[in-house]
Design a protein around this ligand. Structure first.
Ligand code: TYM
Length: 321
C-alpha cells in the first residue's frame, strides 16, 4: 500500500500528534511504500517568523527520527522541497468550489470568531489534497480532526477524474479509534491553539509540573469513580499504560479512596519511561544536524520523482502539457 501523511512544524510535537498520528507513521512504514513530510508550507499560515519556521522544521525531523521513523524504510522530506505539489495544487484549485472550502473547519472557526482569514488558510485543504494525490497515496494516517480534509481531497480527486479521466487515486483516512482525539490538560482536544499540550520531548521537570497541575474533579477521594473511562487523567494514563496497568488503575478508580496526586504521579512516571529511549536517540541525532539534512535531501529527491510523474499525468490529462 502507498501511505502518506504530513505534520506541521508550528512548534514542537505533543502527545496528541504522537498518539493520533506519528505512532501510525512508524507502524505503517513496515511493509508499505510510505511518504511522510513536514508541512512547512501549511505552517507558514501561522508561523510568520523565518528563523522559528526553519528551526521547527529541523526539530520536526529530529523528533520524527528519534521516535522511530526509519529513513531506510520510509521517505521523509520537507513539503517545500517538492515544488511539483504546489503546481498540482493550482490544477486542483481551478476545479474547487468556494463553498466546499468555506465549510472547512479551520476557516469556518476563524470566520465565526469574526477574525480576518488569509487566502492561504482558505485554500489550505486544496494544498493538502495535492500533497496526498501527488504520491498516489491510498492510506492517510491521521487524527480525527483531519478526516474532513481527506473527504475534500477525495471529492476534488473524484471530480478531476470525472472531467479528465482516471488520473488520481482516491485515498482513505486511517484513524486509530482509541487515540483519534487525544485530550489535552483541560479535557478539550489537545492542541497548540488551546494551549493545553504536553510536548513529547518537553523537559522532564516542566512536564511533571504541568501534569501535577491538571485540574481534577472535586468529588471526595473516598468515593468510588465507576465512570473512570471518562476521566481525563485516566484517559491520559491509558496512552502510556499496558493492559495490566490500565486494569490496575481502573480497579483503583472503582474502589475509590485515593488522591488524584497518585494518578498524576503514575502518569508522569509512565510518560517519562515511555519516551526515555526516544529522548536519548534525539540527543544523538541533534549532534549531527548535517546528517539529518542529508536524510531530508535524499527523501525530497525520491518524493520529487514520484510527484513529478503524477503531475505530468495530471497536466497531460487537463491539456496543459
Ligand atoms: P497537524 O500538524 O495539525 O497535526 C499532525 C497530526 O496530528 C494529529 N493530531 C491529533 N491526533 C489525535 N489527537 C489530537 N489531540 C491531535 N492533535 C493533532 C492530526 O490529526 C494530524 O494527523 N493538515 C495537517 C497536515 C497536513 C497533512 C497533509 C496531513 C498537510 N498535508 C497531507 C495528511 C496528509 C495538519 O494540520 O496536521
Amino acid at each position: 500500500m502507498k501511505v502518506l501523511s504530513g505534520i506541521q512544524p508550528t512548534g514542537r510535537f505533543h502527545w496528541g500528534n504522537y498518539f493520533g498520528a506519528i505512532q501510525q507513521y512508524i507502524d505503517l512504514q513496515h511493509g508499505n511504500e510510505a511518504y511522510y513530510f513536514i508541512a512547512n508550507l501549511h505552517a507558514l499560515n501561522t508561523v510568520r517568523d523565518p528563523k522559528a519556521l526553519s528551526g521547527y522544521t529541523l526539530d520536526a525531523a529530529l523528533d520524527l527520527l528519534a521516535l522511530g521513523l526509519d529513513p531506510s524504510k520510509a521517505i521523509l522530506f520537507v513539503q517545500s522541497d517538492v515544488p511539483e505539489v504546489s503546481e498540482l495544487c493550482w490544477l486542483l484549485m481551478t476545479g474547487t468550489p468556494m463553498s466546499m472550502l468555506a465549510n472547512c473547519h479551520a476557516y469556518k472557526a476563524k470566520k465565526e470568531k469574526g477574525l480576518p482569514a488569509d487566502v492561504g488558510l482558505f485554500t489550505y485543504p486544496v494544498l493538502m489534497a495535492a500533497d496526498i494525490l501527488a504520491y498516489d497515496a491510498e492510506i492517510v494516517p491521521v487524527g480525527e480532526d483531519q478526516i474532513q480534509h481527506i473527504e475534500v481531497c477525495r471529492d476534488l480527486a473524484g471530480s478531476f477524474n470525472h472531467h479528465f479521466g482516471e488520473v488520481f487515486v482516491l485515498p482513505k483516512a486511517r484513524v486509530l479509534q482509541a487515540t483519534a482525539k487525544v485530550p489535552g490538560l483541560d479535557g478539550e482536544k489537545m492542541s497548540k491553539s488551546y494551549n493545553n499540550t504536553i510536548e513529547v520531548f518537553e523537559p522532564i521537570g516542566p512536564a511533571r509540573k504541568k501534569i501535577m497541575r491538571i485540574p481534577t474533579d472535586s468529588r471526595p477521594m473516598e468515593e468510588p469513580k465507576p465512570d473512570y473511562e471518562g476521566d481525563n487523567l485516566y484517559q491520559l494514563f491509558s496512552l502510556f499504560a499496558t493492559e495490566a496497568q490500565k486494569a490496575e488503575m481502573a480497579a483503583m478508580y472503582q474502589k475509590g479512596g485515593f488522591g488524584y496526586g497518585t494518578v498524576k504521579k503514575a502518569l508522569a512516571d509512565a510518560a517519562e519511561t515511555y519516551f526515555a529511549a526516544a529522548r536519548e536517540r534525539r540527543e544523538k541525532l541533534a549532534a549531527d544536524p548535517a546528517g539529518v539534512k542529508e536524510i531530508l535531501r535524499d527523501g525530497a529527491a525520491r518524493a520529487r520523482k514520484k510527484a513529478g510523474e503524477v503531475l505530468s499525468r495530471a497536466k497531460k490529462a487537463c491539456g496543459v502539457a
